[in-house]
Structures are given as C-alpha cells and as structure tokens.
Write a protein that binds this ligand. Structure first.
Ligand code: PAF
Length: 292
C-alpha cells in the first residue's frame, strides 16, 4: 500500500529502516504529471529493488524567470493513484519549504557537462537540478536512482555530481519511451495544442535524419544542418541541433572518426535537439550507432 510522505526526515528514516532490514531500495525522482516514461522507470526500479520511492516535486529553482514553472502540469492525486497501481511503496511529496527552508543559501554547482546546451539556454537550470537531486538523495537514501535518457545532459550532470561528491547511489539510465509517432514522452507534451502536438514530431524526425545521414557517412556539420532544416520545416524554433560526444558533450572529433591509428577509442556520438513548439520547449536525443 502506497504511503505519502511530505517530511524529509520521516522519509529518510523509512528508507533507512527498510535498508536495515536488508531491502534494496530504488528511487525515481520526478516532477509529477506521470506518463509512460515514468512508468518504465518505476517498472525497472520495482523489478530490481524490494521497495521503491518516487518523489513528486516541481522544483522552482530549475526554472528560469520566463519559463513554465507556473503552468507546469500538477496532478498529485492522479499521480498517486498510478503509483499505487505501479506497486510503489512511498511517494515523497514535500512542500517547497521542506526542501528550501527559510534562509537556505546552499547550492550545488556542477561544471563539466552542465556548461553547454541546456546549461547555456537555461542559465541556472542545472544548478537547480543538482541542488534538488542532492537534497532528494539525502531524503531518500536509496541504493539506486532511475533517470530517463530523454534528459541526456541531465543524466551526465547527475552522474558527475554523484561521482564528485562520492554519493553512494547507483545512477541507472533508462531508455526514452515514445508515442507511436516517435515523440518522446514528456510531461510538457500535455501543454501542446493539437497543431503543436502534430508539429512536435519534428524533433524525432530530425534525430532519424541524423541517424540516416550518420550511417551514410556524412560529416557532422552536414548532419547538423539537416537536423535544423527538419525542425524548421515544421516551424520549430531551434535552440540547438548538434552531434557531440555522448559522454562529455564535447564536439565530436571527426578526425578521430577517420583515424587509423587505433590509439584512441572513438567517442560514441549523440544527436541532441532542443526547440520551441509554440510556447512549449521540448528536447530529445539519440545515441548514434557505430558506423561499420
Ligand atoms: O527530470 C526531472 O523530472 C527533474 O529534473 C528532476 C530530476 C526530478 C529534478 O527536479
């Protein structure tokens, strides 16, 4: 039976009790408005752990002043019903003041993979993400935490933070779940009008185009141009459309790709896209397969 907990200390002691009883604990941090993407994270956590906690907290510090914090979908009751069906043990749904007590003045700032793309377009975003995830990890001291690959850069930032702070949690990255037409599941999809929903498939189309061109041997610059054109063809205003190294987000070094020396392993490439469909901002990505 699902238990809803809002106090971080109570949440922490429940998890520590279960761990002391020898249970492996899984944790899925979310901002709610749950969809099939979250369901797949929870299903994996339930498969791999004896008890699972899900947090629902729309974190104000990861939204910029002109972003969609106010209109971000909120549906706690419906979410709890789903989480009960999905066999989750605890929902951690704190008030903002429990996460950021009056006078809170501590932030977690990650460098490295947080500096580019989302970090540039949304200044302060990853500081908000890292700070809240760190705070959530303290309230839910789980063995493993599950994140979706749709937020590729976020997974790198969280892994960097976990490694740098020596946090004892396994970060598990799960594949993106898609609508039948390819649109990546996202809570923000609920904000799209029917026409925008139709046009939003451009993100997936641009990634398919990137993969086709990559496998056909095109250079990165040409692929990026074609990705931008695929987005613009459906009037998506492009923030970025790039092919970069998947683990560092550094420019994909084409010279390495043609290097015959074998001295350095080739980076795995990932195509990243972000853009605005109407007033809703969406992101997506695809790790590109090896060229044979
Ligand atoms: O991916 C999300 O939903 C959020 O960024 C997270 C990890 C729950 C932090 O607020």
């Amino acid at each position: 039976m699902l238990e809803i907990i809002s106090d971080p200390q109570s949440m922490r002691s429940e998890v520590l009790k279960a761990r002391a009883a020898g249970h492996r604990i899984g944790f899925v941090p979310t901002m709610g408005a749950l969809h099939a993407g979250h369901a797949s994270l929870v299903a994996r956590a339930v498969r791999e752990c004896e008890a699972v906690a899900v947090s629902i907290f729309v974190n104000p510090t990861q939204f910029g002043p002109a972003e969609d914090f106010e209109r971000y979908p909120r549906q706690l009751q419906a979410d709890c019903q789903l989480l009960n069906e999905w066999k989750v043990r605890w929902v951690f749904a704190p008030e903002a003041a429990a996460i950021y007590p009056p006078g809170a003045a501590t932030r977690v700032v990650v460098g490295g993979p947080a500096g580019c793309f989302e970090g540039e377009v949304r200044p302060g975003h990853f500081e908000g993400v890292a700070t809240v995830v760190c705070r959530l990890f303290l309230a839910v001291p789980a063995d493993a935490a599950y994140f979706g690959a749709k937020d590729w850069q976020q997974t790198l930032v969280v892994k960097r933070m976990v490694c740098d702070l020596g946090l004892a949690v396994d970060v598990v990255v799960c594949p993106t779940v898609r609508e039948p037409d390819g649109l990546a599941m996202s809570s923000r999809n609920a904000l799209l009008t029917p026409d925008e929903r139709h046009r939003a498939v451009a993100l997936f189309e641009s990634l398919c185009c990137a993969e086709r061109m990559w496998l056909a041997g095109f250079a990165v610059a040409g692929i990026e141009q074609a990705m931008r054109e695929a987005l613009q063809a459906r009037s998506v205003s492009v923030d970025y459309a790039v092919v970069v190294a998947a683990d560092s987000l550094e420019p994909y070094d084409a010279s390495l790709a043609v290097s015959q020396s074998g001295a350095k392993a080739l980076p795995v490439p990932v195509a990243l896209v972000a853009g605005r469909v109407g007033s809703t901002r969406l992101i997506d990505n695809r790790v590109l397969p090896a060229r044979t």
